[in-house]
Write a protein that binds this ligand. Structure first.
Ligand code: ZN
Length: 451
């Protein structure tokens, strides 16, 4: 941790990250991206990605340089159509326009680039996975800079046009709506469009041989689910039995959380990895074959409200994503007539590690069990304290007021106090920021385990 701070301090003076306490080098200050247009060509097998990114942004202060998070090779950059200087330094691409960009004015940066994204390592992980017939990307919170230049932090959201050209017979799935495909001689270009503000880590690509199912939800939203053709017959069937229930799951979640925030829905199942990992890409979660079950569908789709539409202001706020998504799993169990949310909270209470604080887990423990389970228990404790009516009013107000934006723990506490009219600082301090097991009236649900 100390090392990270020292080395990023040096970078920060020069380039200044966006200001995340866990990942101070992430993101870039001084501008706000409104749109990314990616025109890419991908060669399966060789894992070679090449093309251009056009980033439309506006300067929030006078800018002599514009930096992006990026880890492939850039060969050319243009700012507002004029050739600009470029240099790669660490995980950053620094573009120097001919003249400074004035505060408050829009600008566009075009970057021509290429590389082998599976070679990129970020914090010890390879976010881009090459497969025998393609690739997919997943690894929260650092993925995007392995395949396009971006302002890689949830505080800067943008809309997307992603076009990828691949050999005929290969499919490309991304987030949002499929606008169409163009066939050329021997290759096909897939055009995807995301029209709602989206964090860079929630953008994804899956390339390979996929069986794509397209449908329409009752309210007219396009549904796109995609199944890796390398899945065994039984795995494919199990995955379909869960993912094809996404519309039903979303309708149930809407009844609790308010209107679904996005323009499309669905999911992608990738083969070749039986781990239980899944990730909540906006409108289109990716499930490894071992994770394509109904409970995970409930979890990843709850993230569409909590994580994707309302994103963390800093990564330290991660329990606001994982606690809600886990609590949704508990409520789903209750909805099915199985263990109630309260009983599941009691089960979790009996087996949780009480040393990691969900309100400040540290960057090494961002996705550890207590962030999920103690985060969800915090919500059960809140529900027990304020009652069902206020609890669901708080949840819906959180989703509405911060829609397409960001939220932090203090903002959530303030909203809960405002709606309930109760002082809740002790409750949240105990549950989120105090080591050890909360007792007594702080955990009245603890005795409600199933017989
Ligand atoms: Zn999650």
């Amino acid at each position: 941790m100390g090392m990270a701070w020292v080395s990023t301090l040096a970078v920060a003076v020069l380039l200044s990250g966006i200001g995340d306490p866990y990942f101070p080098a992430d993101g870039n200050a001084g501008y706000d991206v409104s749109h990314y247009r990616l025109d890419l060509r991908y060669q399966p097998g060789a894992d070679r990605l090449a093309g251009t990114a056009v980033i439309r942004a506006s300067a929030t202060r006078d800018l002599r340089r514009v930096s992006f998070d990026f880890r492939l090779d850039a060969s050319e950059a243009r700012v507002n159509g004029v050739q600009a200087g470029l240099v790669r330094r660490g995980g950053k691409l620094v573009v120097t326009p001919e003249a400074a960009l004035p505060a408050g004015r829009p600008f566009s940066v075009e970057v021509r680039y290429s590389g082998v994204p599976s070679r990129v390592v970020i914090d010890g992980e390879r976010p881009w996975k090459a497969t025998p017939d393609g690739a997919y990307s997943t690894a929260e919170p650092h993925i995007a800079s392995a395949w396009f230049p971006c302002n890689d932090h949830p505080r800067d959201k943008a809309t997307y046009d992603v076009s990828v050209t691949v050999p005929d017979g290969t499919q490309v799935i991304s987030t949002g709506v499929l606008k169409g495909t163009d066939r050329h001689s021997g290759s096909t270009t897939w055009h995807w469009h995301g029209s709602r503000p989206q964090a860079s880590y929630l953008q994804t690509l899956a390339i390979g041989h996929y069986a794509i199912k397209r449908g329409t939800a009752p309210d007219g939203r396009p549904i796109v689910t995609a199944y890796d053709r390398r899945l065994s017959k039984s795995m494919r069937k199990a995955a379909q039995d869960s993912l094809e229930r996404t519309p039903e799951v979303l309708a149930w979640e809407e009844s609790l959380f308010g209107p679904y925030p996005f323009e499309a829905e669905g999911g992608i199942v990738v083969a070749g990895d039986d781990s239980e990992d899944a990730e909540e890409f906006q409108t289109r979660p990716v499930y490894r074959s071992g994770a394509a079950d109904l409970t995970t569908v409930v979890h990843e789709n709850a993230h569409q409200w909590f994580g994707d539409s309302v994103s963390v202001r800093s990564w330290r706020d991660i329990w606001l994503n994982e606690g809600f998504a886990t609590y949704a799993e508990w409520m789903w169990s209750e909805h099915l007539g199985k263990a109630t949310a309260r009983q599941q909270a009691a089960e979790a209470y009996a087996r949780t590690d009480w040393r990691i604080l969900p309100g400040d887990p540290g960057r090494e423990h961002l996705f550890d069990d207590p962030v999920y389970n103690r985060g969800a228990m915090t919500l059960q404790a809140l529900r027990d304290t304020v009652g069902d009516r206020d609890f669901f009013a708080i949840v819906r107000a959180w989703a509405t007021r911060h829609r397409y934006g960001n939220g932090s723990t203090p903002e959530f506490v303030a909203l809960a106090e405002k709606i309930s009219g109760k002082r809740l600082d002790t409750l949240f301090r105990t549950w989120l920021f105090t080591k050890g097991r909360p007792h007594g009236r702080m955990s009245t649900f603890a005795s409600s385990r199933q017989p």
